[in-house]
Write a protein that binds this ligand. Structure first.
Ligand SMILES: NC(=O)c1ccc[n+]([C@@H]2O[C@H](COP(=O)([O-])OP(=O)(O)OC[C@H]3O[C@@H](n4cnc5c(N)ncnc54)[C@H](O)[C@@H]3O)[C@@H](O)[C@H]2O)c1
Length: 417
């Protein structure tokens, strides 16, 4: 029951975002987002009502301005209750691109800091987003956690269990709001799945949770850090922590034992960067046993022409599948399908967010992650995903990587030692 209370925090909920949300200020904010880029630039400020920008309540700063840092700049501006006051990145090109994201959206140019220390000293900054590569998170956090600002850390919080525990300690001791970038919980299909499984009990008591991630290879990065286990922690930590977080969430329990097989079957087998060959795996099959008896499984293939992810939850009362997929060049298809037999209404729905939110990054999930983060800052509390959630997602990934290396099942408790 406690678990149900926790997970319902991730459900956007019609009761919260229905009629009450369409009060004047929300309607204006939504109208602004929907119409801001449709040629209203000629209007003077006094003629703006629906197209008037909200006055930001908070200042955000971003450390690491690559693909994800830029997505956070975009979503901060789109969400509207905060503004991006400054950026730090050792790569000038990343910094310039992130500034352009802001100015293209009609926001002021964020200041460029010369160092993390300078960023931390800026009194305009209320929250810091850490979006540098995985292996830098702990070091950056050691600096940022010294100051009284809310902290957002991208997933995975670290590249191994020891560093992840150190990150958790720092974040749990931090006196301000903290959040981890496990935003897949906010994807439209998983929001519907959470609502069905937890709020409506649609599948009854959950017995198994299976996930599939079939996608294109890892994209280019600054310094190609994502091709090397040393910088990522391994594919099953770097990318798949999102899916282990979802499996943990639906299992409503702690992972006990993990068995996995996997290999670098196709991608980057001839790729070298500065003389070092790439070593990340690109396919895996992972089995997870949970303390409450739920069976988890995860299947990864990273050499398909498009992307498809699918969650299947089976319970003693039904089956739910939630899928998001697009072949290269095609629009994303969302689908949630529920089989309830004679217990109730079986159905198939196509959950989705407005296109301007969907297109802002990760199918709209990053936007709702920002909504939740700003809500948390206003209320002064953490709604999660918490540092502990992040640690458990890494524990499954680390156990799976170790199981692949050893050919044996891995007890998760042993990793905690
Ligand atoms: N939540 C998600 O869905 C999601 C998606 C993609 C990436 N990520 C995570 O975001 C982080 C960044 O990934 P990315 O895809 O943007 O990579 P990227 O290579 O596109 O960008 C990383 C940026 O960080 C900068 N950088 C490197 N070392 C730094 C340091 N010590 N301090 C500050 N900046 C530094 C680089 O110059 C680069 O501009 C990673 O942890 C990654 O796993 C999360």
């Amino acid at each position: 029951m406690v678990f149900i209370d926790i997970t319902s925090a991730f459900y956007l909920g019609h009761q919260e975002r229905g009629v009450a949300c369409m009060a004047d200020e929300h309607l204006r904010a939504a109208s602004h987002r929907a119409f801001a880029h449709r040629g209203f630039g000629y209007l003077a400020e006094q003629d703006r009502f629906l197209s008037a920008r909200e006055t930001p309540q908070f200042g955000f700063a971003v450390i690491g301005c690559g693909i994800m840092g830029q997505e956070h700049v975009r979503n901060t501006i789109l969400e509207g209750r905060a503004e991006v006051v400054g950026l730090y990145d050792p790569a000038a090109q990343s910094l310039a691109c992130a500034q352009k994201v802001a100015t293209d959206m009609g926001a002021p140019v964020p200041r460029a800091y010369a160092s993390v220390d300078e960023l931390c000293a800026d009194e305009q900054v209320d929250a810091v987003f850490i979006c540098s590569p995985n292996h830098t998170h702990l070091q950056v956090l050691q600096q940022v956690s010294q100051v009284e600002k809310a902290i957002f850390v991208e997933k995975p919080i670290a590249t191994d269990v020891a560093d992840a525990c150190a990150v958790v300690k720092l974040l749990e001791a931090h006196g301000r709001v903290v959040r981890i970038g496990l935003q897949y919980r906010y994807k439209a299909v998983y929001q519907e799945a959470i609502a069905e499984v937890f709020n409506r009990g649609a599948v009854g008591s959950v017995k198994s949770v299976a996930m599939v991630e079939h996608r294109f290879p890892f994209l280019d990065k600054v310094g190609q850090w994502n091709k090397f286990n040393k910088f990522t922690g391994g594919t099953l930590i770097e990318k798949c922590c999102h899916y282990f977080d979802l499996i943990n969430l639906f299992a409503q329990s702690k992972p006990k034992r993990v068995f996995a097989i996997g290999s670098q079957a196709v991608n980057f087998r001839d790729f070298e960067y500065q003389g070092v060959p790439a070593d990340g795996l690109d396919q895996a099959a992972v089995t997870i046993e949970y303390a409450n008896g739920v069976l988890g499984s995860f299947n990864l293939s990273m050499f398909v022409p498009g992307s498809r992810e699918e969650l299947t939850v089976c319970g003693d009362g039904g089956r739910l599948s939630a899928a998001e997929s697009a072949q290269f060049g095609e629009v994303t298809q969302n689908r949630v399908e529920l089989w309830m037999g004679d217990r109730g209404v079986s159905r198939r729905v196509e959950p989705k967010y407005p296109a301007y939110i969907h297109n802002a990054g990760h199918h709209g999930s990053t936007f709702y992650e920002h909504v939740a983060f700003v809500d948390d800052m206003i209320k002064g509390k953490n709604s999660g995903p918490t540092p502990e959630d992040a640690l458990w997602s890494i524990l499954v990934g680390a156990a799976a990587q170790q199981s692949i290396a050893s050919g044996r099942p891995v007890e998760v408790a042993a990793l905690m030692d």
